[in-house]
Design a protein around this ligand. Structure first.
Ligand SMILES: NC(=O)c1ccc[n+]([C@@H]2O[C@H](COP(=O)([O-])OP(=O)(O)OC[C@H]3O[C@@H](n4cnc5c(N)ncnc54)[C@H](OP(=O)(O)O)[C@@H]3O)[C@@H](O)[C@H]2O)c1
Length: 270
């Protein structure tokens, strides 16, 4: 394991940052990447590289520099992601497309850049950081959830496509994690949330109240890192791992549509 090279996207904050630190401490050769190099300079790593997952040239440069300097890539962790929130009718197309460009197309871009190398070696493991909301959807989170549902579909296809090449694909499905994620999501959706004449103003208000509740603060990023380490080091990894998913979300996962809709209505329409 000591010599294994792992490249991680989105290491500036949150889960990516913690994972880079955790894997470095376990002896991995970590390639920490971020859109702005200055945000990761303090992370201990074998390499620090600029990588914006929305830019093909940036992706290609990061993968080729890794291969030139470290000679191989054993693991790719597709972690970069963000969310924008609004009712579907209120959702501006541009930020929603930009989100898909990171959460879905960014993940595909980086994966495709790494695959020729992994196929050639007939070895490798790809970890996609999805979300528990890749399995169910909450009001005003439809677009983000759609991007994470898409990640589930991509992973399901890739698991079988890559079997002949001895490359495993694993999905990590975190619950609520205490990172920049929520505040950046609210900031990106501020215009909709502040629109008091929106037909959905009440739901936005309700969401703000729910998300400000201390119980919604979420788990520490290290809980997700621990699950990712487990997925990386398992001899035969599972297709998907829930990570820091609390009892409410676990219950929602097994509800039928009628029950889930009525719970969501109770939470968001009261
Ligand atoms: N926090 C949660 O509750 C939660 C739950 C389920 C799943 N997740 C998923 O976990 C992953 C990590 O999120 P987090 O909670 O750690 O949030 P975070 O602290 O906001 O970190 C998100 C990371 O993604 C990076 N990123 C955004 N756009 C990028 C781009 N174009 N190219 C490269 N990097 C980019 C950010 O970099 P900048 O600093 O440059 O913006 C940041 O490093 C995401 O995929 C998220 O969807 C989070």
């Amino acid at each position: 394991m000591k010599e294994n090279v792992v490249i991680i996207t989105g290491c500036s904050t949150g889960i990516g940052r913690n994972l880079a630190q955790t894997l470095f401490a376990r002896g991995y050769r970590v390639v920490a990447t971020a859109r702005r190099l200055e945000t990761i300079k303090d992370i201990p790593a074998a390499l620090h590289l600029e990588l914006d997952v929305t830019k093909q040239a940036s992706v290609d440069a990061a993968i080729s520099q890794t291969l030139t300097r470290l000679g191989r890539i054993d693991y790719l962790v597709n972690n970069a992601g963000h969310s924008v929130r609004a009712a579907i009718e209120d959702m501006d197309e541009k930020p929603a497309r930009e989100m898909f460009d990171v959460n879905l197309w960014g993940l595909i871009r980086v994966t495709r850049a790494v695959l020729p190398h992994m196929r050639k070696r007939k070895a490798g493991r790809i970890i996609h950081v999805g979300s528990v909301v890749g399995k169910f959807t909450m009001p005003i989170n439809g677009a983000y959830s759609a991007s994470k549902h898409a990640v589930e579909a991509i992973a399901n296809a890739m698991r079988v496509e890559l079997k002949p090449f001895n490359i495993q694909v694993v999905l990590i499905e975190p619950g609520t994690i205490n990172t920049q994620f929520m505040s950046s999501s609210i900031a990106k959706s501020q215009e909709q949330f502040d629109n008091s004449v929106s037909p959905y103003a009440k739901i936005y208000e309700r969401f703000r109240t729910i998300s400000a509740h201390p119980a919604r603060k979420g788990a520490l990023p290290k809980e997700v890192s621990q699950v990712i380490v487990r997925a990386m080091e398992a001899k035969h990894p599972k297709a998907r791992y829930l990570a820091a998913v609390g009892p409410l979300y676990r219950a929602i996962l097994i509800m039928n549509d009628r029950l889930r809709d009525s719970l969501m209505a109770k939470l968001f329409l009261k």
